[in-house]
Design a protein around this ligand. Structure first.
Ligand code: GTP
Ligand code: MG
Length: 205
């Protein structure tokens, strides 16, 4: 998939604020601070389109970005940040579940995991929920620039083992610093959009 244009569309706090035009979309999910917003900026070749922060909990709403005028990339709030007050956490969780559980245009979720860390029980729960909701999912191991090549491979093996992934499950090594994995991930997104988008009606009928 080639990125021609990208712009911020809106932030949604409730499902009735999600776009309803049926354009296909890909969502980026994962723990707070794992690098979702940074990855989105890297994919879209834009420095600061999605807001990033060294402080976890930066993204609190469901943010929609229009890409190439025909699909959406969706930046979701992260889970698992201990210092957020419980009511705020619950509101985030509710919004995330409302989004993932009932979103017809959602063609693909990218579940981000830090290549340096063992996946958490919440990561495992998220993967399970994506499966239950039948959302096709690709896993992404982030921040590989902080590791040597062999360390990154070991990190990915650990992710596979801890989550009990099938041999054919794809885990894309990714870095927003070096751009590693950008093309591979964009190709996966593009394929998923094509597979599930009905062909346009024949012209002239
Ligand atoms: P929330 O919005 O809080 O859920 O976080 P997020 O998952 O969107 O993370 P964000 O992209 O804001 O990145 C969090 C921190 O990690 C920032 O300080 C980023 O600069 C840093 N970061 C993100 N991706 C990478 C990466 O690939 N390599 C390195 N070295 N740092 C990264
Ligand atoms: Mg974010």
């Amino acid at each position: 998939m080639k990125i021609v244009s990208a712009e911020f569309l809106k932030s949604a706090a409730r499902p009735d604020q999600f776009p309803r035009d049926g354009r296909p979309e890909v969502a980026f999910v994962g723990r707070s601070n794992v690098g979702k917003s940074s990855l989105l900026n890297t994919l879209l070749n834009r420095k600061d389109l999605a807001k990033t922060s060294a402080t976890p909990g930066k993204t609190q709403l469901v943010n929609f970005f229009t890409v190439n005028g025909r699909c959406y990339f969706v930046d979701l709030p992260g889970y698992g940040f201990a210092k957020v007050p419980m009511p705020v956490k619950e509101a985030w969780n509710r919004l995330m579940h409302q989004y993932l559980g009932d979103r017809e245009p959602l063609r693909l979720a990218a579940l981000l995991l830090d290549a340096r860390h063992k996946p958490s029980s919440q990561d495992a729960a998220m993967l399970e929920m994506l499966g239950e909701c039948r959302v096709p999912t690709v896993l992404v191991a982030t921040k590989t620039d902080k590791l040597s090549k062999s360390q990154a491979q070991a990190g990915i093996r650990q992710i596979r083992a801890e989550l009990g992934l099938d041999a054919d499950a794809v885990v894309v090594p990714f870095s927003s610093v070096t751009g590693q994995g950008r093309k591979e991930l964009l190709d996966i997104v593009g394929e998923q959009f094509e597979q599930n988008t009905p062909a346009p009606p024949p012209q002239g009928v």
